[in-house]
Each structure stands twice: as structure tokens, then as C-alpha cells.
Design a protein around this ligand. Structure first.
Ligand SMILES: Cc1cc2nc3c(=O)[nH]c(=O)nc-3n(C[C@H](O)[C@H](O)[C@H](O)COP(=O)(O)OP(=O)(O)OC[C@H]3O[C@@H](n4cnc5c(N)ncnc54)[C@H](O)[C@@H]3O)c2cc1C
Length: 508
């Protein structure tokens, strides 16, 4: 078996330090650093899209929040024709992947490769934020991946004893010892070779040299929500007109390749804190930074052992909804900017709460810009075309503000810095959303499975009309789950592994 990864090995120090992900956010050595096209409804702003270019992919640079979404999300996949993807069918694969620190129960597994842990340290500010959320009327929820999703409480993370637990740590660390697995890093797949309607090999570039590998079995494309549709399009699998425009021979006209891009959309509320207890205060003080570094290096403890996204809430933007459509993420820092130049914390004590809309109506595209396989694709989200998306996000921001004004946070909140207390009317909120809103970095859907006209894959993740070719990554999701997307992607990979084994047995 041959595994091709365009990026490097995952040896860099900061990959493994949970708080280190801020340093990977715009590090070209491990990050594709994509940029979207101008978004018309956001004043033509482009949106920075970090993606892991390293073993473990984006799970090696992400925020490590462990979240599965709502069971109804998967039942909806089933209703859309994805047999075998309803909640009852996918739960065993979430559990199979999991090594839950709190132990096993009806919803959680132990002994799996993916370590899931509680916050390694106590953040009193985060506890006060949860108390304030309860004062604001939300129910307490100790496990967002358990019986119910509504409420406020602590977040768990894919970390283990103060280290990031990426898919490379969880799966590859042991698998790479197998004699039948060869891993080539710095090897970018540029074309899938298709003969007589079957995938038979891959062309790739390694250290500037063009190579070819023939496959005896299946080819599994796992390039992520941007890389997978790009590779299929380069190989002649995609919307016919797009391929012809770039002089690529159409092997199969598949209009859904690169279509139906979905992502969560969010706006961050930032608060100046009365007390120097936030990550800003550690980052902005050379002494406290050094002490935190020592604490981590010597004991793998302290603030750097945490991802800092330690608590949050799920709520409904309208009480008539049958499930939450808003996620609030509490983070132990605030920043003036976060883009391809990096993350720039405020020079004062601060924390933030992101109001995330989980069910956006926006649909976008990923399309090659040229036949050059090393050129980045064009990414369009089309965020905020729908009034409903604006309404839901306004409600989410109002809830985050309401929580910040509760007695439990009185000793902490000095002022709302962003968007600021002057923003009060619906029109002002809408303007703030258009000016400050961002992609939540949970894109899915660009090679989705299903039975609709845009479906690229059948529910066993096989590319329609091409033999021996599957896609297995976040791009296969028919709709974005109501939560972070790493755990659902790993569930998909576990289920795909089972299906590949079954199909191999069936065909002898
Ligand atoms: C900054 C950030 C923070 C996030 N935080 C969280 C979080 O806290 N919790 C959460 O659940 N989710 C989070 N996410 C999202 C989550 O990490 C992703 O949804 C998930 O990792 C996607 O996995 P994937 O397998 O689809 O793609 P990826 O993990 O991106 O994997 C694709 C891999 O394919 C490689 N590749 C691409 N094209 C080629 C090619 N042509 N040839 C060879 N190799 C190629 C890439 O280098 C990469 O290694 C975050 C994302 C980002 C960017």
C-alpha cells in the first residue's frame, strides 16, 4: 500500500503542543494557506483558509475540539439516500475510533486510537463563563456528544496528556510499522490514471520529479475538501464545461465535483478582561511566556497543554427549531486579527466567544483555475446570500452578549471590544456580521455522497461511474454536521475502512 502526502512528516515541535496551533495557523511549512475568491456579500473580502499540509492533514494543525454534531444530522444524511449513514449506524464508528478519558458508556468508546480528553487545567474564567451561560437561561451540559446537545458546559479535545492527538498520532504512528505500507511525503498527486472506466494508478510530483504508481487494488482519494475535487477535476472527472475550459479531456461529466461547498459561518465577540488571567497575558509577557514554556517542556503541563477552547454552548436561534443551530465557543484569548499573516492577540487581557451558525444555507464551489496541478483552486462560499443566515447569526451574537452581561462574569468583563456595545439594532448587527464574519474552517460537501443529481459518490463512497476509486474525507459529507468536523471525518474513515474490507471480501 502506498500513501502519498503532499506535505512533510509531522515532526515539528509546535504540532504536538496543543496551544501551539496558533503558530501553525499561517505556517507555510505545514499549511496550504488557501485564500477564497472575493465574497460579494462580505464587501468583497477574501477569506483565509488554512489547511494542514503535513502527515495528519488538518488534524495536525486544527483546534482539537472533539464534537460529533447532532444525531439528526446523520438521520438527514440517510433521508437524502445515504443508506447506512443514519445515527444508529454511525455511532458504533464514532465509538470504535474513540479512547474516551471519562470511560465507556452508551455514547462513548474506550480503547480506540483517538484519545479524547477533558481540559488538562482549570480555567476559572471559563468556569465563570459557563456559570454565566446558565444564568442566561441555558441548561447545563457536561457532554455535548452524549444524550443531548443543548446547553452550556466544558469542551473535550483530541489530546492526550498534554499532546495533540492528530490522525497521524492516532492511526499512522502504529500503522507505519507495517511492512505493506509505504509512506511518501512531499509527494503531491497530480492525476488519477483511468483506463477502461477504472482507476489504475496515480501520477504525482515528488521533490519536483514526476512519478507514476500503478495500483493493484483501489485508489482512495483523501485530499480534503479542496484537494479532492481538485484532483478529480484534473483527472477529467468533474463538470464538463469547466474541464473543457481548461483543456482537460472529460473522462466523466460529474457536475457535483467541487459543487455544494458548505461551511459554518461565525462572528467573534471579543471582551477586554478586568483581570490578567487570559492567554493574552501569557503571550504578551516575556516572563510568563518563558514560565509557561518551561512548565510545558519539563512537565507537559500548564497553559500550553490546553487548546484554550475550553467551554461553549449549543442553542437555538429560534425556540421553534427542533435542534440547536448555534454553537458558542469560549476561548481564553482575544485577538485583533487572524489571517494569513498569523494570529495577533490584543495587547490587553481578553477573551472571546465565537457565535457560529451551524446550518447555513450558503452553497459554494471549488474549481480548478488552471490545468496546472500545483496551482491553488478557486474557492467560493457565497456566504450570507440568505436572510435566514443573517437572522440566525444575529440571534447567536445577541445570546453571546447576553451571557457576557450576567453576574457570574461581572468580575471579568471590562467591555465588549468587538463588535462593541454600540452595535444594538438588527441593521447594526448585520453590518458587523458582513464586516467581521468568517468561515469557521469546517468546509465539507465538494464530493458528496448520495443519490441526487450532484452526488459524486454512492453511499459506499465509490465515485459514480469509475471503478476502483473512492473518496474518503470531509468532502463526502452531504451536509455539514452541527459541530466541529474532525470527529465526523474520522468516523467516515472508520466506516470506509469497514466497507472497503467488506467489498474486497465480496469480490474475492
Ligand atoms: C485552523 C483550523 C482549526 C480547526 N479546528 C477544529 C477543531 O477544533 N475541531 C474539529 O473537529 N475540526 C476542526 N477543524 C476542521 C477539521 O480539522 C477538518 O474538518 C478535518 O481535519 C478535515 O479532514 P480531511 O481528511 O477532510 O482533510 P485534511 O485533514 O485537510 O487532509 C487532506 C490531506 O491531503 C493532503 N493532500 C491534499 N491534496 C493532495 C494531493 N494532491 N496529493 C497528496 N496529498 C494531498 C493534504 O496535505 C492533507 O494532509 C479545524 C480546521 C482548521 C483549518
Amino acid at each position: 500500500m502506498l500513501l502519498l502526502e503532499a506535505g512533510e512528516d509531522d515532526r515539528k515541535f509546535w504540532i504536538h503542543v496543543p496551544m501551539g496551533y496558533a503558530r501553525l495557523f499561517a505556517d507555510p511549512r505545514v499549511n496550504w494557506m488557501f485564500e477564497s475568491e472575493a465574497e460579494p456579500e462580505l464587501g468583497n473580502r477574501t477569506l483565509y483558509q488554512p489547511r494542514g499540509k503535513v502527515l495528519g492533514g488538518t488534524s495536525s494543525i486544527n483546534g482539537m475540539v472533539y464534537m460529533r454534531g447532532n444525531p439528526a444530522d446523520y438521520n438527514e444524511w440517510r433521508q437524502r439516500g445515504c443508506n447506512g449513514w443514519d445515527w444508529e449506524s454511525v455511532l458504533p464508528f464514532f465509538k470504535k475510533a474513540e479512547d474516551q478519558e471519562r470511560g465507556a458508556d452508551d455514547y462513548h468508546g474506550v480503547g480506540g486510537p483517538l484519545r479524547v480528553s477533558d481540559q488538562p487545567i482549570r480555567w476559572e474564567l471559563a468556569e465563570s463563563w459557563v456559570a454565566a451561560a446558565l444564568e442566561a437561561g441555558l441548561p447545563a451540559n457536561h457532554d455535548f456528544n452524549g444524550e443531548r446537545q443543548d446547553g452550556a458546559g466544558p469542551f473535550q479535545s483530541t489530546t492526550n496528556r498534554g499532546r495533540r492527538w492528530s490522525t497521524a498520532a492516532a492511526y499512522l504512528a502504529t500503522a507505519r510499522r507495517r511492512p505493506n505500507l509505504k509512506i511518501e511525503t512531499r509527494a503531491q498527486a497530480t492525476r488519477i490514471l483511468i483506463e477502461d472506466g477504472r482507476a489504475v494508478g496515480v501520477e504525482y510530483v515528488a521533490d519536483g520529479v514526476q512519478r507514476r504508481a500503478r495500483a493493484q487494488g483501489e485508489i482512495i482519494v483523501c485530499g480534503g475538501v479542496y484537494g479532492s475535487p481538485q484532483l478529480l477535476q484534473l483527472s477529467g472527472l468533474g463538470p464538463g464545461a469547466l474541464l473543457q475550459r481548461h483543456g482537460i479531456a472529460v473522462v466523466r461529466d460529474l457536475p457535483g465535483v467541487g459543487a455544494d461547498l458548505q461551511d459554518h459561518f461565525y462572528v467573534r465577540l471579543a471582551f477586554r478582561c478586568k483581570q490578567p488571567v487570559t492567554m493574552n497575558d501569557i503571550v504578551n509577557s516575556p516572563l510568563r511566556r518563558t514560565l509557561a514554556g518551561l512548565q510545558y517542556v519539563l512537565f507537559r503541563a500548564g497553559p500550553l497543554s490546553s487548546n484554550g477552547v475550553c467551554a461553549g454552548a449549543f442553542a437555538r436561534s429560534d425556540p421553534r427549531l427542533d435542534r440547536p443551530d448555534i454553537q458558542l465557543n469560549f476561548t481564553m484569548w482575544s485577538f485583533a486579527g487572524r489571517d494569513r499573516s498569523g494570529v495577533h492577540p490584543h495587547p490587553f487581557p481578553g477573551f472571546s466567544v465565537s457565535a457560529v451558525h451551524l446550518r447555513p444555507e450558503a452553497r459554494g464551489t471549488v474549481e480548478i483555475k488552471s490545468p496546472d496541478p500545483l496551482a491553488a483552486p478557486a474557492i467560493r462560499f457565497n456566504f450570507l446570500r440568505s436572510r435566514e443566515d443573517v437572522r440566525a447569526l444575529t440571534a447567536g451574537m445577541r445570546l453571546a452578549r447576553k451571557i457576557s452581561r450576567q453576574p457570574a462574569l461581572a468580575d471579568y468583563v471590562a467591555e465588549e471590544v468587538l463588535p462593541g456595545a454600540a452595535v444594538e439594532t438588527d441593521q447594526e448587527f448585520e453590518a458587523a456580521i458582513r464586516e467581521h464574519g468568517l468561515s469557521n474552517l469546517h468546509p465539507v460537501g465538494t464530493c458528496h455522497m448520495g443519490v441526487d443529481a450532484h452526488a459524486v459518490l454512492d453511499p459506499r463512497l465509490r465515485v459514480n461511474g469509475v471503478g476502483r476509486l473512492r473518496v474518503v474525507d470531509a468532502s463526502v459529507m452531504p451536509s455539514v454536521p452541527a459541530g466541529n468536523t474532525n470527529a465526523p471525518t474520522i468516523m467516515i474513515a472508520e466506516k470506509a475502512a469497514a466497507m472497503i474490507r467488506e467489498d474486497a471480501r465480496a469480490t474475492g
